[in-house]
Design a protein around this ligand. Sequence first.
Ligand code: HEC
Ligand code: HEC
Ligand code: HEC
Ligand code: HEC
Ligand code: HEC
Ligand code: HEC
Length: 420
Amino acid sequence: MDTIYKQPKKQILAKFSLLILSFFLSINSVSAQDGEKIFKQNCAVCHSLGSNPIVGPGLQGVISRVPSEDWMFKWIQNNEALIKSGEAYAVKVSTFSPAAMPSFTSLADGDIKAVIKYIKEYKEPAPVAATAASGATAPVEKPTNPLAILIGVLAFLIIIVAILRAVRYSLKNIQNAKKGLQNEAKVGVWKEFKNTVNAHKRTTALVIIFLLGGGLSSGWYALKGIGVYEGYQPTQPIAFSHKIHAGDNAIDCQYCHSGAERSKTAGIPSVNVCMNCHKGISKGPVTGKTEIAKIYEAAGWDPDKGAYTKPQKPIQWIKVHNLPDFVFFSHQQHVKVGQQDCATCHGDVKTMTTAVQVKPLTMVWCIDCHRATEVPGMQSNPFYEKLHKNLTEKFKNMPYDQRKITVDRMGGIECSKCHY
Ligand code: HEC
Ligand code: HEC
Ligand code: HEC
Ligand code: HEC
Ligand code: HEC
Ligand code: HEC
């Protein structure tokens, strides 16, 4: 099991340079002055356009926060130089994260301006769609931008409404003139809108339901498109039930997933582990003998003779959770050192009949937890406890949430910790 840590150096190097390469390729491959595209390719891994931080701060309203647009230009082009120059705001922002923002000297001036324009003019679409847009993993290019279509349709509707309003006034006034009445007094648009809504409550309700439905369904499809496998629940070759084993019979997770505390992978038990119990248990409460017979088949066990008569064939379980190869994740670090519960990342497995992925497993998900979770053990170790007390005293005027020693403060959001 321990050998998993000993990755050959060459391979590590190759992987790391691949990552770096792909990162820089994506920076250089911009030619069109298309702010949105530039943003998605260069900035979205670290910045959302909402208020939530990823690696860097959320960029919502950033234009009103920074000294000027010119400052922003210099910052994006070469933030290191700006910080070195001692410019006050740059120095202040640079403490935001232990991970530094790269300089974008390779971007053309026009491209930087385009991206600033895009950030400045960005409006959050609908609440549902916003989660998809702020995800760090949204490289899928839609052929048409739904937001542009929406704005077009809205503009068209506004024009139609304005024309109809004008027509209605003139018709009414012609009618009034015929009857010898005075021209109708002009009412403000908003007031007229309110009057109309009040007069047609049911229609208004229908329109609102229609719009909400549309927003929800388009948000759903946007979410589905970005390679997040939350909810993935494949059918397994044997109908193994965690509910029966870990729930009803209270078998400890690590009896079967024995790697969780001591290695990178938690591991899936071999058929021998099943046989420890199933030599004796040949019938289950739900599926009777059929599913357990498949264990015997795989183990080469003949239950009638009570002996192994055939060669073993491993059971081909389908992997539910899958991180891409360029991500390093270790169970030992999280279960043993970090003292995280299985359920935090895998949900309430004890109640699952078929195993399912309940968390998105995206980069934002990892980083959000690293920002929020305090490193455990600071309080239980007397040496650290004393050190911690002194430091707490020293920094007691800082806001509380900045005094916590969270994983990110220990370097848990440095790229190389997860990408090697
Ligand atoms: C590798 C991660 C990373 C990438 C990629 C990145 N940034 Fe940053 N950015 C940061 C970090 C981290 C900070 C906070 C400063 C610090 O801690 O050094 C920051 C700060 C900023 C700020 C100042 C925010 C504020 O609240 O004042 C702006 C503006 C900004 N970045 C724009 C961009 C743009 C535009 C791009 C793409 C061209 C980009 N960043 C790409 C990590 C990144
Ligand atoms: C009796 C053995 C056994 C016990 C006890 C057990 N598991 Fe499993 N677990 C398995 C087997 C076999 C699989 C593969 C089949 C499947 O995915 O359902 C599995 C799969 C999983 C998976 C999905 C792995 C993947 O493919 O991504 C998770 C997560 C998991 N177990 C967590 C737990 C947790 C948490 C507990 C304790 C609450 C637990 N298991 C207890 C045998 C066990
Ligand atoms: C911090 C989050 C986290 C915690 C805590 C955690 N896991 Fe996992 N688990 C993951 C991730 C992420 C993967 C996918 C790993 C991959 O694809 O390389 C995974 C994969 C698995 C697998 C599939 C086989 C493997 O090792 O890749 C099993 C089984 C599993 N976990 C069981 C457990 C058990 C049992 C516990 C508690 C003792 C636990 N996990 C705690 C995040 C977690
Ligand atoms: C620690 C003992 C133990 C281990 C190890 C074990 N099981 Fe079981 N298994 C049980 C018990 C107890 C039952 C329920 C028997 C009952 O309630 O009649 C059961 C029932 C089952 C059933 C029937 C469930 C149903 O739907 O009726 C299947 C299938 C099964 N186990 C598969 C496996 C597989 C596959 C493994 C190996 C990955 C395994 N078990 C490992 C104890 C174990
Ligand atoms: C439930 C919260 C949680 C989630 C989710 C989580 N982590 Fe962690 N992670 C921790 C904690 C706590 C530690 C600190 C362990 C320690 O004390 O060293 C840690 C530490 C790490 C470290 C070691 C950092 C260091 O400074 O040495 C790596 C690497 C890491 N996590 C990768 C990941 C990856 C990759 C994911 C997503 C697939 C992830 N983590 C998701 C809580 C989490
Ligand atoms: C805590 C762990 C963690 C850290 C730290 C981290 N990443 Fe990631 N990163 C991930 C995970 C997990 C994925 C895979 C997400 C997925 O498959 O949806 C990922 C995916 C990526 C991708 C591919 C994006 C895509 O659209 O598929 C890039 C590029 C990337 N990370 C760059 C970075 C850079 C640059 C940094 C440093 C600022 C960084 N990562 C820090 C965990 C991390």
